[in-house]
Design a protein around this ligand. Structure first.
Ligand code: COA
Length: 192
């Protein structure tokens, strides 16, 4: 597995954000995150209303090579403790493909403060280094937030399905915007 450095960012509201590699030990983080997502967010992310992952799916979602399947966890520093806030992943569509399926899920209480955008940027940085030229996002047509993100980075809707659209973003295009409005630095306190 390739090493992925933990990065620290400061969001525009002043909160510190850390982004690190998703690991096999994070099964409970995923399970707890799924349980605490609102029905609306679960439907938006997974296109279903399930509350839990079957064990085999948890294996698949946590045992990553970080080359063909990149996974990241974002955590926010609050009252000197890190709180998991969201997950981002990019999965290569087929062994030699330069297209990866991209997915983001931010816990409801942390949505709308820039975490999804930060995760997407770091995912894109790693993806470019692994020959993933495009991110594909397959979500409900009514998911306007993903459309906003896709548009922001010059992405397009390539196919309209039965209530589900396929959006494509060039990873290099995301990187062009990499340090546009975020500062990277070391926070004063780094609690465990
Ligand atoms: C979609 C999602 C990943 C976005 O992450 P986020 O951290 O909430 O988004 P950000 O704060 O980085 O904002 C990204 C953009 O969406 C906009 N946005 C965020 N939440 C919004 C909302 N509820 N309504 C409208 N716009 C919203 C932001 O203004 C921003 O737009 P801008 O860049 O033009 O300013 C997150 O909301 C989520 O997990 N939703 C549920 C699951 C889901 O839909 N996943 C599929 C997406 S890949």
């Amino acid at each position: 597995m390739r090493q992925i450095a933990t990065v620290l960012k400061q969001l525009s509201n002043g909160s510190w954000l850390s982004i690190r590699a998703l690991q096999p030990a994070d099964r409970e983080v995923l399970a707890a995150g799924m349980r605490s997502l609102s029905a609306h967010s679960r439907q938006a992310r997974f296109l279903h209303g399930r509350f839990s992952f079957p064990s085999a799916e948890l294996d698949y979602l946590t045992e990553l090579d970080q080359r063909n399947h990149i996974g990241l966890i974002a955590a926010v520093l609050r009252e000197e403790r890190w709180h998991n806030a969201g997950i981002g992943r990019a999965i290569r569509l087929s062994p030699h493909s330069d297209v990866a399926e991209m997915a983001l899920a931010i816990l409801d209480e942390y949505q709308g403060i820039g975490i999804g955008t930060c995760l997407l940027r770091y995912l894109a940085e790693l993806a470019v280094g692994r020959g993933m030229t495009y991110f594909q996002a397959v979500y409900a047509s009514e998911n306007k937030v993903i459309d906003r993100i896709v548009r922001r980075f010059g992405g397009v809707i390539t196919e309209r399905g039965d209530g589900v659209d396929i959006r494509i973003i060039k990873t290099g295009q995301i990187l062009c915007d990499l340090n546009a409005d975020l500062t990277s630095a070391t926070p004063r306190t780094l609690a465990a």
